[in-house]
Design a binder for this molecule. Structure first.
Ligand SMILES: NC(=O)c1ccc[n+]([C@@H]2O[C@H](COP(=O)([O-])OP(=O)(O)OC[C@H]3O[C@@H](n4cnc5c(N)ncnc54)[C@H](O)[C@@H]3O)[C@@H](O)[C@H]2O)c1
Length: 352
């Protein structure tokens, strides 16, 4: 029996990174991708997409694209990656983000029913953005959800919440509290997939990914990828400006580590409605990242600017215990090594 895996958004950063492993594991792998111009400047098949993958240029929001695909293929597993991913952009283009992320998901689910083509499993990559500012803890052990930092707080340089320290993000322990439209649409996707799968006996596997970086990430999308911006500045010999007091915390997880987690979700995971938190599981400050990049290019020391962006969360990193034990998965690439590999790749792209 032919086993088929469908990957929506399969020509993107993560789609390309999982493509070879999926092509090894399935008889047929189909990528449905509209080659979004914000990511694919030349709107061509990416070289990094495994040649065994059939690329269907189509849009997840279009019923006729779904009909054409499902007339020809019965996916056993669907990996749903297609999304609009611009966090800041989503605040001013809310409908576009909701259309692709929310309606694109429901169009997929409706098409599966219409074609009587229920898969065994749907794997969804959601985001750590769903936590917003997440949970913080006081000295007495009490937990708090302080919510979004206000403009007034940020203007006064009050970056943290007095008396509180942040807690690692873990879906079983920290409840979601999206702080922007992108995050809200990703949480909606999770709820749609989980509830629909529950009703139809399809296995859902949900992931919340931290900040994914590495070779293959879009260098032309101005709305994502702070690391590539830092690389550009340092490469031009400039001092990298770092917002707030430099101590914004993120969990940078290398693309290979994300790919191995997602492939494990496709191949081995049982139903998992509590999303797996995927990160390196380590806190890295933006100033640390800037210093690693500046050192590589011999650029001047980064400088802290005190500037800020409304809606930025102060702190985000994952508690990866569940993913490690249930997926038999381990992130392997430390931040300094991953950044060095990304820089080498960016440099090679520029030479090419
Ligand atoms: N990269 C990260 O840091 C990160 C973090 C958390 C979650 N995620 C999630 O992982 C998924 C994949 O992310 P990525 O980094 O590979 O992003 P990406 O932008 O590189 O890839 C997304 C792909 O989806 C395609 N696409 C966009 N709109 C589409 C549409 N309407 N129809 C069909 N295809 C469409 C794009 O052309 C692109 O190839 C997304 O759902 C994203 O929300 C990514």
């Amino acid at each position: 029996m032919t086993r088929t895996c469908l990957v929506t958004g399969g020509a993107g950063f993560i789609g390309c990174a999982v493509s070879a492993d999926l092509a090894d594991a399935f008889d047929r792998v189909i990528a449905l991708d509209n080659l979004h111009p914000q990511i694919h400047a030349e709107r061509r098949r990416p070289a990094a997409l495994d040649p065994r993958v059939e690329l269907r240029v189509g849009d997840v929001t279009r019923e006729d694209d779904w009909d054409a695909l499902l007339d020809d293929a019965r996916p056993d597993v669907i990996l749903h990656l297609a999304a609009e991913t611009g966090t800041g952009q989503s605040l001013t283009e809310a409908s576009r983000h909701a259309l692709v992320n929310v309606v694109g998901t429901t169009r997929m689910l409706d098409a599966l029913v219409r074609h009587d083509a229920l898969p065994e499993k749907i794997v969804l990559t959601s985001s750590r953005a769903t936590y917003g500012e997440g949970m913080w803890k006081a000295a007495d052990g009490s937990t708090h959800y302080p919510g979004q930092r206000t403009h007034a707080m940020l203007e006064a340089g009050q970056w943290d919440f007095p008396g509180l320290v942040p807690v690692a993000q873990q879906s079983g322990r920290v409840r979601p509290a999206p702080a922007n439209v992108y995050a809200s649409t990703k949480l909606c996707q999770e709820n749609l997939v989980a509830s629909w799968c529950g009703s139809f006996g399809v296995t859902p596997v949900l992931f919340r990914l931290q900040n994914v970086y590495g070779p293959g990430q879009s260098l032309i999308n101005p709305y994502t990828g702070i690391i590539s911006l830092f690389v550009r500045l340092a490469g031009a010999g400039e001092s990298i400006p770092v917002y707030e007091d430099g101590e914004i915390i993120r969990d940078f997880v290398f693309i290979d580590d994300v790919a191995s987690a997602v492939v494990a979700g496709v191949l081995i995971s049982e139903a998992q409605i509590e999303p797996y938190d995927i990160g390196l599981g380590e806190r890295t400050t933006m100033l640390q990242v800037a210093r690693i990049i500046a050192a590589r290019y011999g650029a001047p020391e980064p400088h802290v600017t005190g500037q800020f962006r409304d809606g930025d969360v102060r702190s985000a990193w994952a508690d990866t215990c569940e993913a490690r034990s249930r997926l038999d998965w381990e992130p392997e690439v430390p931040v300094a090594e991953g950044i060095t590999r990304l820089c080498a790749w960016i440099d090679s792209q520029e030479v090419a």
